[in-house]
Design a protein. Structure first.
Length: 94
């Protein structure tokens, strides 16, 4: 720690800190954590399954999923005429 309780990040790129901030923002919301847990347990899933089983409005589920996708925590794959949501294992590092 630096002076006055300030943490000093030597050898850390600002882009890495920015990426970490985006991920932390994404997982800081209780609803997004519920969605991540549901996807992880039932993967891959479609948005209908998510909003039905978590008792959400479709628009709320889609909004939260887009935040998770923007942070690269989840990904979609096209299956027929719907998208399947899954944890982005490659980028998350699980």
């Amino acid at each position: 720690m630096g002076k006055a309780g300030i943490i000093v990040f030597n050898d850390v790129e600002s882009g890495d800190l920015h990426s970490a901030g985006i991920i932390l923002r994404a997982i800081s919301h209780p609803l997004r954590l519920k969605i991540l847990a549901y996807i992880d347990k039932n993967r891959p899933v479609n948005v209908h399954s998510i909003y039905t089983n978590l008792n959400l409005d479709q628009s709320i589920a889609s909004q939260q999923l887009n935040i998770l996708r923007a942070s690269n925590l989840v990904k979609t794959t096209r299956e027929g005429n719907s998208n399947k949501w899954d944890i982005n294992v490659k980028d998350v590092g699980l």
